[in-house]
Design a protein around this ligand. Sequence first.
Ligand code: ADP
Ligand code: MG
Length: 295
Amino acid sequence: ATPTALMVGTGRGAQLGILIKGPEVLESTRRADTILLDKTGTVTTGKMTLLETRTAPGTERSDVLRLAGALEHASEHPIARAVAEGAAERVGTLPVPEDFANVPGLGVQGTVEGHAVLVGRAALLARWEIRLPEELERARTAAEAAGRTAIAVAWDGEARGVLEVADEVKETSEEAVGRLRALGLTPILLTGDNRAVAESVAAEVGIDSAHVIAEVMPEDKVDVVKRLQAEGRSVAMVGDGVNDAAALAQADLGLAMGTGTDAAIEAGDLTLVRGDLRVAADAIRLARRTLGTIR
Ligand code: ADP
Ligand code: MG
C-alpha cells in the first residue's frame, strides 16, 4: 500500500500547487517543528516601489536618481528594479554604467558618468568609511521606523542621498503564519533587511520580535539553519531568492516559492507553485495525512 499512498499524496499535492521532489521528502515534511520564512518575496510580494528621495544639503535630487538608477538598472534585485524604474519615471533615460558589481546582501557599486557610485545599505558605505550626514541618518531612521527600506546613495566618497522603498506584505501571509502555528510549527522571520523593517513586517503577520532574525548576510542564512538544527530542531525554510539557495539546501525541508529564482527552486525539496505561503501549511498537513495512511 505504501507506493500507492505516496502517489495519492503527491497527486493531491500537484492539485494544491505543490511540487514534491521525491517520496522521501514527506518524512521531513512531517517532522518539521520550526519554519524559517524569508521576508522579501516570500512573506512580502517582493515588488518594491520607490517612494521618496532624500538628499544631502547641496545635492540635486535628479543627480541622486540618475546615478543610483543607472547603477541599479544593471541589477536584478527587487530593490534595484524599484530604484531603476522609479528613477527613470522621474528623470527620464538613465546613463549606462561604465563599470558595475553586485555586492550580495549589501547593494551595488560601480562607475557612472565618471563617478564612483555606491547604492545600498549604510553598511556598504561603511566599508569605504563613508558615513551618512546627520540629515540623511535621521531620514534613514525615520523611514525604517515606518517599515520602509532605506537605501543610501554615495559617490566620490560622500553620502549624497537616501532612497525609500517599500514592498507589501502578501494578503495571504498572516493567515499562513496562523495555519503553520496551528500545525505546531514555530515561524521565524529571516531577512537581510534591517531590524526595524523586519519587525514591522513580522508584526503585520503575527510574528513577535523574539522570532525575527534580521540583518543576516546571504552567506550566513545557512548558519542560522545549522544553529537551529544544532539545538535539535527539525528546520523547514521557505525562500525565493538566489540568496536563500544554500539555506534551503541545508534545511531539513526546503520549500521554494514557485514565483522565485531557479536557484531557489533547484535547492528546495518542494515547490509552492503559486507563491502562496498558505500552501506551505497545506503541504505539511498533506504529508502528515499521507504518512498517516501508510502507517
Ligand atoms: P532578503 O533577505 O530580505 O531577501 P537581501 O539579502 O537580498 O534581502 O538584501 C539585504 C539588504 O541588502 C536589503 O534589504 C538592502 O538593504 C540591501 N541590498 C541588497 N541588494 C541591493 C541592491 N541591489 N540595491 C540596494 N540595496 C540592496
Ligand atoms: Mg527573498
